[in-house]
Design a protein around this ligand. Structure first.
Ligand code: GLV
Ligand code: MN
Ligand code: MN
Length: 414
């Protein structure tokens, strides 16, 4: 099977660039927060492409979107592929989108070649893989897997205080959130194409990463309440500076992640909101959002415990109050050997180099793994750069990924 005989991936590249233009920030920055106007326009754009490809499109009450190519035995559970199109602030154009539009291209390639799947193939566009708006990642797939209950989901609010219920209704999604959850067996298998978001494939000159495991993410929100006051008049003894306390916690977290000695342990404080945020006012309140990950959930939990201990110690020594809220601590996922073997064979037949590897980023596949066998297919990205506007995957890398995905889908649905 050629990638697309007599054709190129020009259409896919044009679509990726067109999607990147649908952003809350000027090009090349892509910012597309879930349920924003840009997100809704992007959804409409992708749904229209799916309709043009003769796929049957449906949506669930949280906005997860399914585009189905009916197999010759429609009663069989479909094989899924897809990813997300929301983007964190100041992002690039390939994270998630390569898997959505690449998945669509793989379907178009197979159609073009006259392939008739026995099982249906369903392209899935997941709602809010990124935690930007609601503070929790993989909202759509998390709910599909039943990991986030509707009763918990309705309590989610964004920074402006807007609730999930209002936001989803405003975006045009209604119906009982209970129906987002999918049973085991709803998908026969699921394969996600994604950029690596790390440097290994490019550095080693390898076209395809076959993901065997997805690392375990966790997130904690910390609020430190100290005592504000005049930055000049209040002397240093007896101060209860919430930001100084936060600085200690940030460094304690970094030290704890390094102390595991494992290359796979990572910890980040990506958000630090300071109140009142005036240069001549002692910070009275600080809010931190932390992200802690490891391939080994027990080791990751050790870092969480060390952070909790640092909070207790800092609070008592500095006389501040520290509240910690665990937002999520998800287990890692193990990918399915049958799909990995199909991807490996596809890479061999396509004459592409490949290696097995771990995904340190999380993906919707982490949650799909709860309800179906999954595997992921990585392609290189320049310099390992991601979550930045200069994120880049070459047309050749994308084409190779789509080629191997198409072959894999053909094997899994034949
Ligand atoms: C997903 O975007 C992640 O942060 O791993
Ligand atoms: Mn991302
Ligand atoms: Mn992603």
């Amino acid at each position: 099977m050629d990638a697309r005989p007599n054709l190129t991936i020009d259409q896919l590249l044009a679509e990726l660039h067109a999607l990147a233009q649908i952003s809350e920030a000027p090009s090349p920055v892509v910012t597309r927060v879930v349920f924003s106007e840009a997100d809704l326009r992007a959804r409409a754009y992708v749904k229209n492409l799916c309709v043009e490809a003769d796929l049957t499109v449906s949506e669930d009450p949280i906005g997860n979107t399914f585009a189905r190519w009916q197999g010759s035995e429609p009663a069989l559970a479909p094989v899924g592929t897809g990813s997300h199109i929301d983007a964190i602030p100041n992002a690039g154009m390939y994270d998630g989108c390569a898997g959505v539009l690449g998945g669509l291209e793989a379907i178009r390639v197979l159609k073009h070649l006259g392939f008739q799947p026995r099982r249906s193939i369903e392209l899935v566009i997941f709602t809010a893989e990124e935690p930007t708006r609601f503070g929790i990642g993989c909202l759509g797939s998390r709910m599909m897997a039943g990991v986030l209950e509707p009763s918990q989901a309705v309590t989610l609010r964004d920074k402006e205080g807007c609730g999930l219920e209002d936001l989803r209704c405003h975006a045009g999604f209604s119906g009982p959130l209970e129906s987002v959850r999918l049973p085991q067996g709803r998908f026969h298998q699921f394969v996600e194409l994604h950029i690596e978001q790390g440097p290994q494939l490019e550095q080693e000159g390898i076209a395809i990463g076959l993901v065997t495991h997805i690392a375990a993410p966790a997130s904690l929100h910390i609020v430190i309440e100290g005592e504000g006051g005049h930055a000049g008049a209040k002397l240093m003894p007896g101060r209860k500076d919430a930001l100084a306390a936060a600085a200690e916690l940030i460094l304690a977290l970094e030290a704890s992640a390094k102390s595991t000695g494992a290359i796979d342990t990572v910890a980040t404080v990506g958000i630090c909101d300071v109140f009142p945020g005036a240069v001549n006012s002692i910070p009275s309140r600080v809010r931190l959002e932390t992200d802690i990950r490891d391939t080994d959930a027990v080791r990751r939990d050790g870092v969480i415990e060390a952070l909790r201990a640092a909070c207790t110690e800092t609070a008592s020594r500095r006389g501040v109050t520290i509240n910690i809220e665990l937002i999520n601590a998800d287990p890692p996922a193990t990918c399915d050997e049958t799909i990995l073997a199909a991807m490996e064979e596809a890479a061999q037949q396509a004459g592409k180099t490949y290696k097995r590897m771990v995904s340190r980023a999380y993906h919707d596949s982490l949650f799909m793994a709860r309800i179906a066998p999954v595997a992921m297919l990585f392609i290189p990205c320049r310099g390992g750069v991601s979550h930045r506007p200069d994120e880049y995957a070459s047309p050749q890398w994308i084409g190779e990924g789509v080629h191997v995905l198409a072959r894999t889908l053909a094997t899994l649905t034949a």
